[in-house]
Structures are given as C-alpha cells and as structure tokens.
Unconditional design. Structure first.
Length: 380
C-alpha cells in the first residue's frame, strides 16, 4: 500500500496510460480466496460503508488531519479482500470501499503538497474502482487526477485525464457528470482555452439542473451549486492569468463564483473547501485591485486554520503575502495581514519530476484466479 515516504510524481504516459487502461480493460471477477479472515457479512459491509463515509466527512471538515486514520482503514479493507471469504457482489462492494478510501487519502496527500504520493493513491483507487465496476467513482478519481495535473501546470496531462473522466462518467447520474465537468474546467483554464472552458461551464450547469435518472451515490452527496461554482471560480482565476486581455471580466466572474464557498459558516461543512477557495478568492480580489477585500477575505480564511489542515491553502496564502507586500507602505491593513501571513509555516516543495516514477504502482488491473480466487494486492 502507499506509504508516507517520498514518492516521485510523474507526467505524460506514465500517468495517463493507466487511466485509459482502467477504462478499456474488462473488470476482473472478484472471487474470494479461502483465507483465514472469516466471512464478510452484510453487517460488516454496512460498518465499512459507515467508516468510508466518516473518513470523507473528516476530509471535508478537517482536511489532512485524519490521514493516518484513512490509511489504517484502507489497510483493514485491503486485508479483507486478500484474506476473507465473500461473494462476488460483496467483493465489488469491498473494492468500492477501498477505492473511496484511497481517493480520500489521495486528496489528503495532494492537499499536503505530496504530489507523488497523491498520484500513487489515486492510481490505486482507480484500479479498485475498476474492479468494483463503478464508472462514476472511477470518473471522480480521474477528474481529481486531472485537477492535480492542472495544479502542476501540466495542461496536456490535465486535458487527457479530464477526457478519460468524462468518458467514464458518460452513463452516470447527471450530478456526477456535472461534478466531472466542473473539475474539467480547470484543465481548460490551465490550457488557456476560453471557448472550451465556458462550453464546459455551460454543460456543468445544464447537467446540475437535469432531473436525476438514477440514485446519486453516497460519496457524491456533497455536490451542489455552491461547490461547483467554487471549482469553476478557481479556474477563472487561473484563466485570467492565461488570457490577460480578458483579465478584468474573468476576475469579476471568479469573485462572484467563489464568494459563497469562501464565506461558508465556520460551523458548516466543508471547512477545508471554504479555506482553500477563500484563499483563491483573496487572490482574485488582489488581482482585481481591491486590497481591502483581499485583506478581509484572507483574514476569514486564516480563521479556519486552527481546525483545518491544508498545506496547499497555506501555500496560496503565502503567495498572497508575496503579492500584497508591495502595497504595505501605503496600507496599515496590508501591513497587519502581512504580519499574520508571515507566521504561517512554510511547506516543503512538492516532489515533481518529468521523468519516470521510481515508486509508482504497476498499471495492471486487479489479479484474477480462475476457479479459485481473486486476491487484491494494493501497491507495495
């Protein structure tokens, strides 16, 4: 399984090929080995689903503070897949739980600025979602991988992964497709593609307003207009940097779309998203030339830090510090917020490489054994 040691991040085919492989290869049949772990009963599956949901809630509320807990739960579910006795249906349910735990751990690692480790978790999650025959969950994982590539500035990887996510989501409920579309706007933003960005934004809204044709999976229950607007608003700030001629209009739209999430009540979820998008909104206000709003929004984001762990959000606030610094001589409010921002810890840089990964898991699907068993082996 993925560990906390340094893992080198990859780009290009080393990252995108496993994504397409997971889409186009048939899913394995999960048949339990005769192991020593005992039977997987319906009450146990219900308890695992509850643990998965709790891990996701911890991520929403506290960010990476619960990384160790999520990793431990992943290990426990992986052990059941390797050793326990279960039906094919129960095996797929276990694989889906494993995929969700790995996805949550991956996002926590990404938010902690550990890009190589996040990729490794995401690829593990993708293989487990493939084994679970859950294309919607696979689409969500692929979209997060696309967002990570976009965050690193790797536009081609981001676009490839976004395309794979949309293909995987084709037959999923409209809200899932809407989430995938919203995340795909970030790929178009880093590519500087205005037309595709706004076409995808329109698709996001159309899908969100479409009547559901199937139940929404529990992991997607957080999808709403506020969160999807915030994702798109983040993309607009990036797009404004890529297309300077449209900068003022793009920043005005970004400020509007980011506002609701950035001003989430301190007692409501998701606090980590509120912190991150609050940092983006502060950057947008500064880029639009409104120092007072940039300062007040930064202070709102800072107020969430005692309860939230988000290294990437803190990095955004450090970036804001550097951008605000030239205005300090003429603004006491700016000088005050700069003192607060300077007290934030500096994170080590993300581990990024354009070469091959030395610790990335193999791209092969879950192993199957005819007439005997399928034992799932997470990445070593």
């Amino acid at each position: 399984m993925p560990t906390r040691r340094t893992v080198i991040a990859v780009t290009g085919a080393a990252l995108t090929a496993p994504a397409w492989t997971a889409l186009h290869q048939p899913s394995p049949d999960l048949i339990a080995a005769a192991g020593d772990g005992g039977p997987v009963t319906p009450p146990l599956l219900d308890m695992i689903d509850s643990v998965v949901a709790h891990a996701q809630q911890l991520d929403d509320q506290q960010g990476g503070a619960a990384r160790g807990f999520v990793s431990d739960q992943f290990t426990a579910v992986a052990r059941l897949l390797r050793r326990a006795s279960y039906s094919a249906e129960a095996g797929r349910r276990l694989a889906a739980a494993l995929a969700q735990l790995a996805q949550t751990a991956g996002f926590m690692a990404f938010d902690a600025n550990e890009d190589g480790l996040a990729q490794r978790w995401y690829l593990t999650a993708l293989r487990a979602a493939h084994a679970a025959r859950d294309p919607g969950l696979a689409a969500s994982i692929l979209a997060l991988m696309s967002n990570q590539a976009a965050d690193q500035g790797h536009a081609l990887d981001a676009l490839q992964l976004a395309s794979a996510a949309q293909e995987s989501a084709a037959q999923t409920p409209p809200a899932v497709r809407s989430l995938v579309a919203a995340r795909s706007t970030l790929a178009h933003a880093v590519a500087g593609d205005l037309t595709s960005f706004f076409h995808t934004r329109e698709n996001t809204l159309a899908l969100l307003d479409t009547a559901p044709d199937a139940p929404l999976p529990p992991w997607a229950s957080y999808i709403d207009r506020v969160e999807l607007d915030a994702i798109t608003g983040r993309g607009l700030v990036v797009l404004a940097e890529q297309v300077p001629i449209q900068r003022p209009a793009l920043l005005r739209q970004a400020e509007r779309l980011l506002h609701a999430r950035a001003h989430t009540s301190p007692t409501d979820s998701p606090q980590r998203s509120a912190l991150r998008h609050g940092a983006w909104l502060s950057l947008a206000h500064h880029a639009a030339g409104d120092l007072d709003l940039a300062v007040s929004t930064a202070r709102l984001a800072l107020g969430r830090l005692p309860a939230v762990s988000s290294v990437r959000s803190v990095a955004l606030l450090h970036r804001l510090h550097d951008e605000l610094a030239p205005a300090a001589p003429r603004s006491p409010a700016v000088r005050d917020i700069l003192r607060e921002l300077r007290e934030l810890p500096r994170a080590p840089p993300a581990h990024i490489s354009k070469g091959r990964a030395c610790l990335l898991p193999a791209a092969s699907p879950l192993h199957t054994h005819r007439a005997q068993s399928c034992s799932y082996s997470p990445a070593a």
